[in-house]
Design a protein around this ligand. Structure first.
Ligand SMILES: [Zn+2]
Length: 65
């Protein structure tokens, strides 16, 4: 499996790995955390580091590593 961000190999059985899910969130006034309905697990994985980097708004591309 390749990481969705950096393209390097990812082990889906590693406990630190993130797996992509999609679903539907109920929008409520005032926001807050809601449960996701019809949650669907996708066959996409990513490294925890790549998720952290992406969530900071940076590019998922790595230059020289
Ligand atoms: Zn990665």
């Amino acid at each position: 499996m390749a990481c969705a961000f950096c393209g390097k190999p990812v082990n889906p059985h590693d406990s630190t790995v993130y797996q992509r899910v999609s679903g539907w969130e109920h929008r409520r006034k005032g926001g807050g955390t809601n449960a996701i309905a019809l949650r669907k697990v996708e066959q996409k994985w990513a490294h925890a580091n790549c998720i952290r980097r992406a969530s900071r708004g940076l590019s998922g591309q790595e230059s020289l590593v």
